[in-house]
Design a protein around this ligand. Sequence first.
Ligand code: SF4
Ligand code: SF4
Length: 175
Amino acid sequence: MKQKKKLDIWKGMNNMLKKVLSSETCASCRICCSFVKEDAWESPVFSEVEMEQIRRLGISEKKFYEIEQNGRKGYQADYQFENEHQILLCPCLDEKKGCLLGEHKPFECSIWPIRIFEDENGGYLGLAEVCPAFSGEKKRILMQELEEGGLKDRILKEKNRQTVIKESETGYERL
Ligand code: SF4
Ligand code: SF4
């Protein structure tokens, strides 16, 4: 049941994203799967189940470290930046095939460029300003799906699916 629900929201989000985001756009961008030191906090936190999938794919565990936040455990890529400008790729990204985790990617990756943040009312959504795909008409379609299509509420209802919810940061437009 849990897996079905995960696929439902993943499918809903992907159907919506397909309307506005072409795979060619992402293939030539990859911003959300690559990080500099300053934005490494944005890299996904993997659950134990996702780590099992990562191990099955033969990606070295040594590339990750364990983290704990608000009593929830997860794993994050251990990026070894040599300087502030170096760009490092998520260990799950294959430059030709894209994300090797496919439908098993972390929830937070499946809803990108939306991110869930924690606040005193439980949580809210932010839209990543760095994603170049959502402006003008594309942003209008996204906002329509979120508000009128009910996607915003559906994502927030699933927030426990996210391994760790990050604190509010700059670079996101509050939705
Ligand atoms: S930042 Fe936006 S356009 Fe770039 S790869 Fe991610 S979703 Fe695609
Ligand atoms: S898990 Fe996949 S979608 Fe998420 S950052 Fe890594 S490569 Fe990108």
